[in-house]
Ligand binder design. Structure first.
Ligand SMILES: C=C(O[C@@H]1C=C(C(=O)O)C=C[C@H]1O)C(=O)O
Ligand SMILES: [Mg+2]
Length: 466
């Protein structure tokens, strides 16, 4: 358990109260304590009563960084489309400016961390589906569990306004003890059964693929990613902790994420990193081109070889590599990437995969990189703006946060964003699942349709529909 230095907290509280009054501004007080190991799912679950609707979960594919947030100490949100990445970054940095940070550890992703993301396209008309998520939405949690390379930390964030007094800090200590004492291991309870699975307009979707293919043959568009929705109806509320627990166990090789907002939960298991920044080291991923897994080892290997030599998929992939390379070259003094893709094999699907490593210039920020990269041709298309416009026109789906950057940034300018695919939105007794695929001149509607069906599998399984 943490050694809770209550006296220390109160001393720091006094400092915060006087600073907030002096500046006439809210002040963040952030404190980091090292802890004995905690099961991250149990921590998420411990917030069920007090912080339902205000939680997030993040795990990277290697388990190097696991983050669980409970409560909201500060929210950054906006529906503004112009310069949205810049505005989020500015608000984050302004918020940090006067903060009091007590952190004696050197690991990244501890102390003040914001978690959240952006919608795919802020210019697309918003429907009821995504009404609970602003186009830019980030939470700085009250309590952050960070498991970094196996070391466990608890950050407590308190925002102290000029009207607060020391009682604020006593309340925080009480709340924190409550969470820590309710950390019992998590047991799956299946309260919601699937009643119905509705495919949203599959024929219309195939027609839009045909329509786009025609345009691609005549240029200048080269690739457009088209997505569709599967709607699931349950007999009861779908608990985010149940779905998260299943994804964690079934899709462990992926980024596992959950992001609650106003009662809804956006959740998924994505294999695709957009960008990670650790100091000035940059990591990105080109992932595009897909084929199923084989039933036997031999069949699986043959399918993999087929994918590695398939012109249509290689083109789909090459567009992504070219664009990511170009985008990162602007911000990096050095980038390294293999000249041929390899295979990424995950539970239900295999992809063409090219990892990218770079060293960015000193003044480059994470959200600048996100802005340059999003959307890559793996989610949008090529050329970028024309493809996004085409999607806005022909796609029936309101993508919301699907296929968009989702992740975290710490106060020392490190962070990581995944592309939030293989995901779904939980809304009470319903869930909407999303899947898309890269349409190029050689695409056939039927096989793209089957590819998207395959991409629904991980979420379907986690929801008990497979
Ligand atoms: C768009 C999705 O996946 C993307 C499209 C791929 C493709 O078309 O081959 C492969 C990986 C992802 O970059 C999705 O899963 O929804
Ligand atoms: Mg594809």
């Amino acid at each position: 358990m943490v050694t809770i230095q209550e006296i220390e907290i109160k001393e720091r509280g006094l400092l915060a109260v006087s600073r907030a009054k002096e500046l006439g501004l809210p002040i963040l007080v952030s404190e980091v304590h090292k802890m004995d190991p905690v099961n991250p799912l149990a921590f998420f679950n411990a917030g069920k009563e007090l912080y339902c609707g205000e939680r997030f979960f993040w795990k990277d594919p290697t388990d190097e960084i696991v983050l669980v947030g409970l409560g909201i100490s500060k929210q950054i949100q906006s529906d503004q489309a112009t310069d949205r990445f810049f505005h989020v970054e500015k608000e984050w940095e302004d918020f940090l400016k006067n903060s009091l940070i007590f952190n004696t550890y050197t690991d990244i992703a501890v102390g003040p961390v914001m978690f959240g993301g952006f919608s795919f396209d802020p210019l697309k008309e918003k429907t009821e589906l995504w009404s609970k998520y602003a186009d830019s939405l980030f939470h700085i949690p009250k309590y952050l569990l960070s498991i970094i390379k196996g070391q466990t930390y608890l950050t407590t964030n308190t925002v102290c306004t000029p009207h607060d007094d020391l009682s604020l800090f006593s309340k925080i200590i009480e709340e924190r003890n409550l969470i820590l004492h309710s950390l019992k291991s998590f047991h799956q309870n299946n309260t919601a059964s699937l009643l119905e699975t509705i495919e949203i307009s599959p024929d219309q979707w195939k027609e839009s693929v045909d329509e786009v293919v025609k345009e691609l043959t005549n240029g200048p568009l080269k690739k457009v990613v088209l997505a569709r929705e599967l709607r699931l109806i349950f007999d009861n509320q779908v608990g985010a902790e149940n779905v998260l627990n299943r994804l964690y166990n079934q899709q462990h090789e992926s980024f596992i994420f959950a992001f609650e907002s106003n009662g809804d939960c956006f959740i998924g298991a994505s294999p695709e990193r957009l960008v990670k920044k650790s100091g000035n080291e940059i990591f990105s991923t080109c992932l595009a081109g897909s084929i199923s897994r084989g039933e036997t080892e031999q069949q699986d290997r043959l399918l993999g070889e087929k994918l590695l030599n398939d012109q249509k998929n290689l083109i789909e992939h090459r567009y992504v590599v070219e664009m990511i390379k170009e985008a990162l070259e602007e911000s990096c003094e050095e980038i390294i990437l293999p000249d041929k893709p390899q295979l990424m094999k995950i539970r239900d699907i295999q992809h063409l995969y090219t990892p990218v490593i770079g060293k960015c210039y000193k003044d480059t920020s994470l959200l600048q990189l996100v802005e340059r990269l999003h959307p890559t041709p793996a989610l949008g298309g090529l050329p970028k703006n024309a493809a996004v416009e085409k999607i806005r026109q022909v796609e029936a789906l309101d993508r919301g946060f699907y296929a968009a950057p989702l992740g975290w940034a710490d106060y020392q300018r490190n962070g990581e964003f995944a592309v939030s695919i293989r995901s779904g939105l939980l809304q009470g007794e319903e869930a909407s699942l999303f899947a898309g695929c890269g349409v190029v001149a050689d695409s056939e509607a039927e096989s793209e349709y089957l590819e998207t069906s395959l991409k629904f599998t991980p979420m379907l399984r986690a929801l008990g529909g497979k």
